[in-house]
Design a protein around this ligand. Structure first.
Ligand code: FAD
Length: 302
């Protein structure tokens, strides 16, 4: 029986673990990976203390900090269910069952799928959800980025350095990503933005060769070898059924990172806290661990 189990090792989970370790809690971190979305970010220019750092570099710094402490860590393990049985919280994964007096859910978000014909067939055959991981595979190629928000613009800006031509397929009337990224994009002759345009199908042979798009009644096929789907994120909150969530599936928390179930806390992108950023997730993770510390004292040897 642990004092605390932390689910996820992105910025929120890692920061929570560091705070919990410093409070000498008996602690287990269960996670599919280390770094979370931070490891997938391109250039990070808004994490305090680093004027510029890449996502993978920052994630590595987080990991080094985490490993300074003697923390029990289960990597490559997916949590499938969290439930409270009397005063104990049970965490079931694909590899085992663990118990703790408190849990912090810091499982972040994952990419939303497009739902267009061809998406499943061409996944990892030219179609990808991660520019940071896969952009280098498309050197000198023509590619499409689907989306118009920060993730899409981040992907497009990474691709500008590598690919030949970048089409940005945006369903909305205009791009919604940060103005600073929009300006950088405008300055590039490689990038073409299609607003009010839907990506309707992916075509190809063994690999992607075309993206079909539709604007009003007009349909056309873009010849591309790569497609980056960047149309938003879904919270990884399905495995915790009992807690209250908002209409987006984000776990509702109060300012102390408490959910409606005593002993189950949540932090970072998986919660309904406004704005999803590395610095915010890290701050929320620290706050959640400190709240757990208070909770354990209040509920000890009762
Ligand atoms: C392309 C991209 C660029 C970005 N750029 C920036 C930027 O420049 N600046 C900025 O501040 N933010 C940026 N962000 C946002 C930032 O990365 C997130 O806000 C932040 O990583 C959220 O941290 P988190 O710990 O809450 O969740 P995540 O980073 O999503 O981490 C979640 C963790 O939970 C684990 N997990 C998920 N499900 C399970 C499960 N069932 N069982 C076990 N473990 C699980 C994951 O493996 C992961 O370790 C970017 C995001 C993306 C996608």
């Amino acid at each position: 029986m642990y004092d605390l189990i932390i689910i996820g090792a992105g910025p929120a989970g890692i920061t929570a673990a560091i705070y919990a370790a410093r409070k000498k809690m008996s602690l287990l971190v269960v996670t599919k990976d280390i770094g979370g979305q931070a490891a997938l970010s391109g250039d990070v220019e808004n994490y305090t203390g680093y004027q510029f750092i890449t996502g993978p570099e920052l994630a590595l710094k987080f990991e080094e900090h985490l490993r300074k402490f003697d923390i029990a860590l289960k990597e490559n393990e997916a949590v499938q269910e969290v439930k409270k049985i009397n005063s104990v919280i049970q965490v079931r994964t694909d590899k085992g069952v663990y118990e703790a007096r408190a849990v912090i859910v810091a499982s972040g978000k994952r990419s939303r799928e497009l739902g267009a014909p061809g998406e499943k067939e061409f996944k990892n055959k030219g179609l990808t959800y991660c520019a940071t991981c896969d952009a280098p595979l498309f050197a000198g190629k023509d590619v499409a980025v689907i989306g118009g928000g920060n993730s899409a613009l981040d992907a497009a800006l990474q691709l500008i350095k590598i690919a030949n031509k970048i089409y940005i397929i945006n369903i909305a009337p205009q791009l919604t990503g940060d103005p600073i990224m929009q300006e950088a994009l405008k300055d590039s002759p490689k990038a073409t933005v299609f607003n009010n345009t839907q990506a309707t199908a992916i075509a190809g042979g063994t690999m992607v060769s075309a993206l079909k798009i539709k604007k009003g009644d007009k349909e056309e096929s873009l010849s591309v070898q790569g497609i980056f789907v960047e149309i938003g994120l879904i919270p990884n909150s399905d495995f915790v059924k009992e807690v209250e969530k908002n209409k987006y599936g984000e776990i509702k928390v109060n300012p102390y990172n408490e959910t409606n179930i005593p002993g189950i806390f949540a932090a970072g992108d998986v919660t309904d806290v406004p704005e999803k950023q590395i610095v915010i997730a890290a701050g929320e993770g620290s706050k959640a661990a400190l709240s757990v510390f208070g909770y354990l004292i209040r509920n000890s040897a009762a």
